[in-house]
Design a protein around this ligand. Sequence first.
Ligand code: PMT
Length: 428
Amino acid sequence: MTSTSPSGSPAPRDSANARSRKIVLGVAGGVAAYKACHIVRGFTERGHSVRVVPTESALNFVGAATFEALSGQHVSTGVFDRVHEVQHVRVGQEADLVVIAPATADLMARLAAGRADDLLTATCLVASCPVVVAPAMHTEMWNHRATRANVATLRDRGVTVLEPAHGRLTGPDTGAGRLPDPEQIVALSLLRLAGRDLPQDLSGRRVLITAGGTRESIDPVRYLGNHSSGRQGFALAEVAAQRGAEVTLIAGATDELPIPCGAEVIRISSARELAKEIDCRAADQDIIIMAAAVADYRPTVTAPAKLKKTSESAPTGIELTENPDILAGLIAARREGRVPEDTVIVGFAAETGDDSGSVLDHAIRKIRRKGCDLLMCNDVGSGKVFGRSRNRGWLITPDGSVVEVPDGTKLEVASLLLDSVVQITAER
Ligand code: PMT
């Protein structure tokens, strides 16, 4: 895929499904409580109603007035406030989704023990809707056997406990335990609300994912690139990591996107850099997903200095050389035993229909040519897909069977695609 010069990526348009839902946002007492304000905004801006239920200690970090102003709803922490409304029952019964962010180690222990000693824990006992918990704490607390046991208990009961991000913690230290970006929490919670769970079915699997577009330099200033924003590849990495996988994400040029929680991110620029990074890692992977938009061609020569627009030296054309087909190279490496034979290899096809066939015709020809185990075909004509927060398309297997992927957020598409990958893995 090659197109001359990038244009500004289109701004993402988010969840078109405008049905307003009732969301309870629980906030526990950690420094990350300030991020809950952005989470309230994330939900309300998508048209949902948010009832904030903080713990008493959360109010040491953010005042009730802030949550009331942002949500437009009354805020209370205890079961003895507005007793006549029987809040501890009503709030949970009416909720379509409960999200707790941040969740401290103490709050998770209380949830796991089935306590109901404040409005938030009582609400969780009453709620029959999906519950999403986003933990935030120091790495030692996150790794403690007591916390691990509580997380396992909650997951066992159907609660979605998100993996925390890695990064700067409250003090000078860094590690696992940071609250994910508010946008990630909102998007993953809405994925759960859309009926897509995050089972731990990729636990222990090593997954390599590519994302974004490559840039092929013409000179130190200009390049050949494409419109990929990296959103679909990052969504795959996010969902795979939340499903327990050890994820390596090789990213080319992308929009500014939050790092998927727990993923190792390697930045590349050109197709040949991407090929080199994949070469080093492919032999150790259980699953490889090529969502990057890789340039098929690069300028044969990269000028060492900026090409000048003077009449004597004006460039008359750009001679191109074909880039390696990385996906085809992976299939060959697997055939020759340099990549394990049970590694699942998934390709993407960014297609447009033309006189020689429909989008789907081209994609079916592509999977036959490339020989991968699964191909996600997206119709990228007329401004669809690139840079958007939604996608749709078809999943195609080598025997030519086609499953439609309905319109959904890129997280929803990622979730469906990974279901198919898990099924292929199970059949091996
Ligand atoms: O990033 P977004 O804005 O979210 O948009 C998502 C997307 C449209 C970029 C993504 O979903 C997508 O379709 N990615 C693949 C785009 C592409 O390069 O398609 P292709 O038909 O040119 O290539 C087919 C497959 O071969 C791809 O898996 C590609 O990674 C791989 N390839 C292509 C060329 C090459 N030299 N080496 C390769 O490995």
